[in-house]
Design a protein around this ligand. Sequence first.
Ligand SMILES: [Zn+2]
Length: 253
Amino acid sequence: MWDIISIVFGAMIGSFLNVCIFRLPKEESIVWPGSYCPHCKNPIKSYDNIPLVSYILLKGCCRHCHTAISFQYPLVEGITALASLILFIKFGLSLSYLFYFLFVAALIVITVIDLYHQIIPDVISLPGIGVGLIASLIIPEITLFNSLFGILLGGGSLFLVATLYHWLFKREGMGGGDVKLLAMIGAFLGWKAVLLTILLSSLVGSITGIIVMLSKGKDFKYAIPFGPFLSFGAVIALFYQNEIILWYLRYKG
Ligand SMILES: [Zn+2]
């Protein structure tokens, strides 16, 4: 029963995340006005705004102008619902569940906005650092020291890499947004997870970069945003950091 509630709750939050994804880059209010069709601007009635269900009932089109609704909407709702369920199974009905769900929800918004606009909004990452720090005082999974050290290591190390890159290649490599995002990841997950996130995101990011360069040619100018890779690394670290560290220690020894 609780599993179903966590899925419904997740889908509802996912619906709100879609609003954030659409409006935050345009600096519009996320609470007012209510949802509207981006094409014909008609307000979306509450019965047409049920996460996942409405998309299927309306066959993916606006009721008024019949313009196709972006597949991003049900996709974000579905992923958020799934994230809610998996976190609920892992943490149960607890504050840990709520804080980590908030964290993953922030990563989802950051990932999609970064893919579209190549920016990571400060309005998510900066409060996120504070929320992660507060969470460390409340939930048993992380200590205040670990969270603080995570912020310093996350912010500091990427800042160092970004400065070095800029100095070597005389152009912007990693944005300041990535630095603040990694500081937020450190606040929620601690310093070991920061190292793991850097490792995983660099690995997956380089492989993706090579594939893109091979298929699009070397002169391909679109800079691949790094936020989605950091988010991916952070989610893996959230679920598997202990297993991966144990595996590494055993492998080394
Ligand atoms: Zn419409």
